[in-house]
Design a protein around this ligand. Structure first.
Ligand SMILES: C[S@@+](CC[C@H](N)C(=O)[O-])C[C@H]1O[C@@H](n2cnc3c(N)ncnc32)[C@H](O)[C@@H]1O
Length: 320
């Protein structure tokens, strides 16, 4: 998410997302056997480490690189788990865990799963520290994409076109329309213009490390489910933990702190039932904590339009 992981504010938001914490709690109770050793990768405030102890773990290594690790250590003490949780403030790649563990739990999920560029870090830790046959939580992460109508983007563009305060602010609208939107109110099912399609499915226990260090790419063809307007592509994730336990920020799920991303289109398209919407989508590993994105869309017989965040904020261009 946005903001520094040193800041308590970011962690408060995640802790207040009770559905998120509860999904991990249920997953830990399902996966952890009494006496297991657990690695909590990116422990933050250590909440998942505490839940792992509750679930029966004999010992948890809570690895967190930011200064919030001091809060994790204090919380473990306050809960009486100080002797069973070792908080290690370091980058996981630099840590030597004393031995392989039975379970690795990590909340590495971005808004549509892989977009915080943490998957490769998680898989490196898996290859180094998970015992053969051990459990990864979550075990499966699917990224989803769907065509969407985001009315608030259209209303904002109209406002900037309306010469507010007798000023020409249209440029602001044009620039904003190129940026990935993170709608405060979230995306609702009624805004989707076609059935969602999976971008990719990550089997966290088996996915080769090499696949996570490269660009993830998908080519999808949607079919509009009715007449309506289209101005973006919405993205979200679905994480599976085994035992039927899942966590998602899909538009129809209870609200989460993640919400959804909307990748904007350069124009508004009018759809009829059955209109074909072709899309290519790439998630390109960036620096620590972020990815770059490239997406292209062709609606019906209209020309392809292309977007790439590496061109400075998702600039758009159209084929003619
Ligand atoms: C989404 S937060 C989850 C925090 C906590 N596990 C929770 O569920 O509330 C991810 C955490 O991973 C940490 N992190 C990211 N990359 C890391 C790395 N390479 N080594 C250690 N910690 C890392 C971040 O600082 C952040 O606190």
């Amino acid at each position: 998410m946005t903001g520094s992981y040193d800041s308590l504010e970011v962690h408060r938001g995640m802790l207040l997302d009770a559905g998120r914490v509860d999904a991990f709690r249920r997953a830990l109770h399902h996966a952890v056997r009494a006496g297991d050793t657990v690695l909590d990768l990116g422990a933050g405030t250590g909440v998942l480490s505490l839940l792992a102890v509750q679930a029966g773990a004999a010992h948890v290594y809570a690895v967190e690189r930011s200064s919030i690790a001091t809060v994790a250590a204090a919380l473990a003490e306050r809960n009486g788990y100080g002797s069973r949780v070792s908080v290690i403030q370091a980058d996981i790649d630099a840590v030597e865990v004393p031995h392989r563990v039975d379970v690795i739990v990590s909340e590495w999920l971005g808004v549509y799963g892989v977009d915080e560029n943490l998957l490769a870090t998680v898989l490196r830790a898996r290859d180094r520290w998970l015992r053969p046959g051990g459990t990864m939580l979550p075990g499966r992460v699917v990224s989803w994409l769907a065509p969407v109508w985001l009315g608030e983007s259209a209303r904002e563009s109209a406002y900037f076109r309306s010469r507010p305060h007798d000023l020409d602010l249209e440029l602001i609208g044009e620039l904003a329309a190129q940026q990935i939107a993170w709608p405060r109110a979230g995306v609702h099912p009624g805004q989707l213009r076609a059935d969602p399609l999976a971008l990719w499915r990550v089997d966290v226990a088996r996915c080769p490390l090499g696949a996570a260090t490269r660009t993830l790419a998908a080519r999808l063809t949607f079919t509009a489910d009715g007449a309506g307007a289209l101005n973006g592509l919405a993205a979200w994730f679905e994480a599976g933990f085994g035992g039927g336990i899942a966590l998602t920020n899909a538009p129809w799920a209870p609200p989460t702190h993640w919400g959804q991303f909307v990748f904007p289109l350069a124009r508004t398209y009018r759809l009829a039932a059955g209109t074909t919407i072709q899309a290519t989508f790439r998630c390109i590993p960036g620096g620590p904590g972020y990815c770059e994105h490239a997406w292209s869309v062709k609606v019906g017989r209209a020309p392809w339009e292309h977007h790439d965040t590496r061109d400075g904020g998702g600039s758009a261009w159209c084929e003619v």
